[in-house]
Design a protein around this ligand. Structure first.
Ligand SMILES: [Zn+2]
Length: 339
């Protein structure tokens, strides 16, 4: 097919993707759509002219990478967005997605469940799922969980880069290492779960992270992270945290950022995936690119087109086909089914 000339990866990788089309747990693309009108339907090549840390995800490149679904992170910035209203800024990103979906019917579907996702894939449509990055977006109001859930939000990251009503970040403004989740934060976990919203533990300090896992009744997720066992960095989680998530049936999405995985290229990303599998088994590992999130992604994974290369790198590292299928697709689908 002439429009697929840039396809990369072995036939085996393409076959695995056809059977287990990748789902990525975190890309901040809608932040760009809200700011710049970034068009999901258009292929961006090269990425945004003014930066390497955005312009990674669009529908043509998702198709080339053989993807089925992208979770879009919804971002509000406590300093600059406070005046506008942080919840409103989240709603505006969902508006931007809905606008893009309505512009070209039959290309992208906003889905909430595993069944809806599978349906869209079978119909030849890509799926979008929604998550929020940082509980400050709730503006202290637990009712906002239900309001966002009604619009399709499936996970809520408790923290981002600033302390909020729920707890303290692993890094950033108001960081504290000696405190876990607040009473409100514990209530929030419950509110999320009763609205079928997964709790995302990215950016959360270790005590808060373990608190959330302790009280969780549904699988918690870590949508984008590296692991300390593969590379020492403040952004990464340790084996105790890995086990706490896996014990509750959750998944950990490995980030594609060289700074956090310890080097450029596919090998460091595979090393992190392998560490997750080695410590807690093949049911807990997933993809958490952080595309469009102010990171410069690793060379081969600068956009979704490179995903078959990651699959080949996992094959070369000795991952079984079924294990790769779980990492690309199956584990996230399982968690979505648990709601
Ligand atoms: Zn993030």
């Amino acid at each position: 097919m002439s429009d697929r000339v840039t396809r990369v990866g072995s036939d085996t990788a393409q076959a695995i993707h056809a059977e287990h089309p990748p789902i990525d747990l975190h890309a901040d693309t809608l932040m760009w759509s809200r700011w710049t009108g970034y068009d999901l339907h258009k292929q961006h090549e090269p990425p945004l002219p003014f930066a390497a840390w955005g312009g990674h995800v669009d529908l043509p490149r998702m198709r080339e990478g053989g993807m089925s679904a992208q979770f879009f992170g919804l971002v509000s910035l406590p300093l600059s967005d406070r005046a506008r209203g942080m919840a409103r800024v989240i709603h505006e990103q969902i508006d931007a997605l809905e606008h893009q979906i309505s512009k070209r019917p039959g290309a992208l579907r906003l889905v909430r469940t595993a069944a809806e996702l599978a349906h869209a894939t079978a119909a030849g449509e890509l799926s979008a799922l929604l998550g929020i990055e940082g509980a400050h977006a709730l503006e202290g109001n637990l009712d906002n969980v239900a309001a966002f859930a009604r619009r399709g939000v499936r996970y809520l990251g408790l923290l981002h880069f600033t302390a909020n009503e729920a707890g303290f970040p692993a890094f950033g403004k108001g960081r504290r290492d000696d405190a876990g989740l607040t009473a409100w934060g514990l209530e929030l976990v419950e509110a999320c779960e009763s609205n079928d919203v997964f709790v995302d533990l990215s950016h959360l300090n270790k005590q808060g992270f373990l608190d959330a896992c302790r009280v969780a009744r549904k699988p918690p997720i870590v949508s984008h992270t590296g692991v300390l066992g593969a590379f020492e960095h403040w952004r990464n989680i340790d084996d105790v945290q890995l086990r706490a998530v896996a014990d509750k049936g959750g998944v950990v999405g490995v980030i594609f950022c060289p700074r956090y995985v310890g080097g450029d290229g596919l090998e460091p990303v595979v090393k992190h995936l392998k560490h997750v599998v080695d410590v807690v088994g093949e049911d807990a590992a997933a993809l958490g690119s952080d595309w469009d999130g102010f990171i410069v992604p690793t060379r081969e994974l600068k956009d979704p087109r490179g995903l078959p290369l990651l699959t080949d790198a996992m094959l070369a590292a000795g991952f079984s086909r079924s294990s790769i299928g779980k990492i690309l697709h199956g584990n996230v689908m399982r968690v979505l089914r648990e709601a």
